[in-house]
Design a protein around this ligand. Structure first.
Ligand SMILES: *[C@@H]1O[C@H](CO)[C@@H](O)[C@H](O)[C@H]1NC(C)=O
Ligand SMILES: *[C@@H]1O[C@H](CO)[C@@H](O)[C@H](O)[C@H]1NC(C)=O
Ligand SMILES: *[C@@H]1O[C@H](CO)[C@@H](O)[C@H](O)[C@H]1NC(C)=O
Length: 753
């Protein structure tokens, strides 16, 4: 085998490639030494701290990990953090001994060019990828010299949204080794006063948690600290494995004596609105359910199970109907019926007898449901003070009837005419989620993914609970004319019990003495207007302690919300409008240092020079230097509709590490003609070789030339047997006998032994 130059590049790129662990242990664990506790393969992670500061629902989190390489050779350390998909990374710094590399947010295209250059030079990169339902993963790996120390610091921010009566902050922790100083610390400041606060860890029993966890709240301040010592981290008294692996969740809510709360700081205001104790507005619900063949089996059982549970929660003054679509559309009733006990009983029987069949006609299913709701309104079948919603569940793409998605969207938009919201639930991954989301958003609803898992029925029910209790419809938030600028969304179809409406903006006149906000909406019994008068002096007093947390949070909250809403509107915009929305969101992302889908973060050493970026030469020519990344690339990753693996040029190797969930990825950058031995099994006698070829352009410049495998050979000396595969043909040698096959043939060859 030719000597191989390993341009060693540790990339956590695609699923299956990620080095898990937070902070990660070295990805290669060839020998497990136990020189000292909390040291794995020479790397000791001696400190991990997650510090969360929440002010008025706006969370600012800093994750800091410190490690030292106690081995007598350079080692790799990786730093993995899973953060909520709704969060924006705002900073990342990496310090190796005394050198600090810090992050700069750049427009994606600009960052990408720098990133590609760094990757082509074999430097370390880190990025964010989707990970699970709520989280995405940020990964950076770095090689550090013997005796060196490294500090990683990641900062991210998010606006905590109220669901089912509480705000939830979700932290995934997975240190993978005992850590001398492990700490999670959260400080919460809420001007309305905190009414409940709880913290739970999914991985630890209450009695252990008891002494490591403290939580308290009083007035406006809440505090949570989780600080397990080494013994509390052990899986057993004599173990050196860490039991800290899972979710750490902090939940809280604030006092609701007043339906609204307005806060103003430095000319920016935020207005929180969540009235309590209103009666629920009766609902007219049409469930449009996909029963096509692909729903067969567990998905169908879970859907039926969820619908039966939902039927238990339907109120007697609600109206409902079921529309089932496959290739055809069938309905339970010809029109909406009231949820009387008799009708609910009948509905249960109907649901139990649903069977899957045929194709997927989304268009006709939705249009039937929508026209039924329109008709119910026109013919006064449903009460005047009621609200309509369509909930559609599908697990696939439209493939019969009208299957052009833009046309379906147009039909649905015209049929609904802005009168009620459409919620789309996408079951599993085998569907066009962007289409479902876009259609829901343009009809005042939203889309949700239902993950194919044992709890899919609970996910469906959970979604229903969120929309089951509308307290107000047609909500409009109004401010004095000409007093405000840059307002975020201020009209909402519904206010649901347990949620919260948040509007933010900027004041034209910073020195005004008072501020008035009106919220109007239609309730179950009457129309309501909530007026909130803010006296600036009183509010200043109420916010006095805010510096205890962090300064310009309202401005950042406003920027976060504005960017989030611009990105959402952008999904359905076209042409100039889309460009305008993109430009606005990009400007704000750059100004406020947010890593969003339009920006990336480039991490460089301020006075970066070429000598800072060494490359490990695995073949042992010269001493092994530490590889210092000249940059990492932090990116917000969009889930592709289907898993997608693609690399171009320079053979990429992915090695699964035995008994670990880990993989190593590296490139081989070799001259065309080189033969690499890929596999050698001395027991069976099999070897697999690959020969490298250049690309067709034949560029002589080795910097830009891409190389590929052009020939694979599989041989077994014991059996005197050899196969050679090229893009043109397949050649088989059995002893001296040679057979050649083209790729067009289907051949089965059997040989004794
Ligand atoms: C990023 O973090 C570093 C280290 O804490 C800090 O010095 C720097 O000012 C931060 N950058 C921004 C833009 O906040
Ligand atoms: C977007 O459009 C608005 C009004 O149409 C305009 O005032 C604004 O300058 C535009 N923004 C950008 C970034 O092009
Ligand atoms: C990089 O290192 C070489 C050799 O040690 C030295 O001659 C050169 O000046 C260095 N370059 C920079 C930019 O520091």
């Amino acid at each position: 085998m030719a000597s191989v130059q390993w341009s060693c590049l540790i990339l956590a790129l695609l699923s299956g490639l990620v080095i898990p662990g937070f902070p990660g242990s070295p990805s290669r664990q060839l020998e497990k030494r136990s020189l000292s506790e909390g040291e794995v393969d020479g790397i000791e992670v001696y400190s991990t701290k997650i510090s969360c500061k929440v002010t008025s629902r706006f969370a600012h989190n800093v994750v800091t990990t410190r490690a030292v390489n106690r081995a007598n050779a350079a080692k790799e350390v990786s730093f993995d953090v899973e953060l909520p998909k709704t969060a924006f990374i705002t900073n990342f710094t990496l310090t190796i001994d005394c050198d600090t590399y810090s992050g700069n947010v750049k427009e994606k295209e600009v960052a990408k060019k720098q990133y590609e250059k760094a990757v082509s030079q074999g430097k370390t990169a880190g990025l964010v990828k989707a990970s699970g339902r709520k989280l995405e993963k940020f990964t950076v790996s770095v090689n550090i010299a013997a005796g060196s120390k490294v500090t990683f610091e990641l900062t991210y921010e998010e606006l905590l949204k109220r669901h089912k009566g509480k705000y939830e902050m979700y932290l995934k922790v997975q240190p993978k080794q005992l850590v001398q100083h492990f700490e999670i610390e959260a400080d919460i400041f809420e001007p309305q006063g905190i009414s409940t606060l709880d913290a739970k860890a999914s991985f630890i029993t209450n009695d252990v948690l008891g002494s490591a966890l403290t939580k308290s709240y009083s007035g406006k301040k809440g505090h949570v600290s989780f600080k397990p010592n080494l013994d509390q981290q052990r899986t057993c008294p004599t173990c050196t494995d860490s039991l800290i692996n899972g979710d750490f969740t902090i939940t809280y809510d604030v006092n609701r004596e007043s339906p609204a709360n307005v806060q103003i700081v430095n000319g920016y205001f935020v207005h929180f609105f969540a009235p309590q104790g209103l009666p629920v507005v009766p609902k007219n619900i049409v469930f449009v359910i996909d029963i096509s063949g692909s729903m067969q089996g567990r998905k169908m059982e879970q859907t039926k199970d969820a619908l039966l549970k939902i039927l238990e929660d339907v109120q007697e003054d609600d109206y409902l109907n079921f529309i089932l679509f496959s290739g055809d559309v069938t309905t339970w009733k010809d029109h909406l019926v009231q949820a009387t006990p008799e009708n609910i009983q009948e509905a249960r029987t109907f649901v139990r007898n649903i069977h899957d069949q045929g194709m997927t006609n989304i268009n006709d299913g939705l249009l039937r449901g929508i026209s039924m709701l329109n008709k119910a309104r026109e013919e006064d079948i449903v009460p005047e003070r009621s609200t309509s919603i369509v909930i559609m569940l599908t697990d696939g793409d439209a493939n019969v009837g009208e299957s052009r998605t833009p046309k379906i969207q147009e039909n649905v938009r015209n049929a609904i005419g802005g009168k009620f919201p459409l919620y789309n639930l996408g079951f599993g991954h085998n569907l066009n989620y962007n289409f479902l989301e876009s259609m829901a958003l343009e009809n005042n609803g939203f889309a949700r993914r239902i993950y194919e898992d044992s709890d899919a029925n609970l996910q469906l029910q959970g979604f229903y609970e969120e929309v089951a209790n509308p307290l107000l419809t047609g909500v409009e938030v109004e401010y004095p004319e000409n007093a405000i600028l840059d307002l975020t969304q201020n009209t909402y179809k519904h206010f649901y019990d347990g949620s919260e409406i948040v509007v933010a903006g900027r004041l034209v006149d910073q020195d005004m003495n008072s501020f008035t906000a009106d919220v109007k909406g239609h309730g179950a019994i009457n129309d309501l207007t909530f007026t909130e008068e803010v006296d600036m002096k009183d509010m200043e007093k109420a916010l006095q302690e805010r510096d205890y947390i962090f300064g310009n949070y309202i401005e950042r909250l406003w920027a976060y919300l504005t960017i989030e809403q611009l990105l959402e509107r952008r999904k359905n915009a076209q042409g100039d409008e889309k460009e305008n929305l993109t430009a606005q969101a990009l400007d704000l992302s750059l100004k406020y240092h947010f890593v969003t889908p339009l920006t990336s973060m480039v991490v460089t050493k301020p006075e970066d020079n070429e000598n800072q970026t060494a490359i490990v030469d695995k073949s042992g020519e010269g001493p092994v230097d530490s590889v210092i990344p000249s940059m990492a690339y932090l990116d917000s990753y969009q889930t592709p509709p289907t898993p997608y693996y693609y690399v171009d040029g320079d053979p990429h190797f992915i090695i699964q590490v035995a008994e670990k969930d880990d993989a190593i990825c590296f490139n081989i950058d070799e001259e065309p003609g080189t033969v690499l031995r890929l596999v050698q099994d001395p027991i069976t006698g099999f070897t697999v070789n690959g020969q490298i070829i250049g690309d067709k352009s034949g560029s002589p410049n080795s910097e830009t030339r891409k190389t590929y495998f052009g020939k694979l050979g599989i041989a077994n000396t014991q059996m005197d047997f050899r196969i050679e595969v090229t893009p043109e043909k397949i050649t088989l040698w059995n002893g001296a006998a040679q057979s050649t096959f083209s790729w067009l043939d289907t051949v089965q060859v059997t040989q004794d032994g």
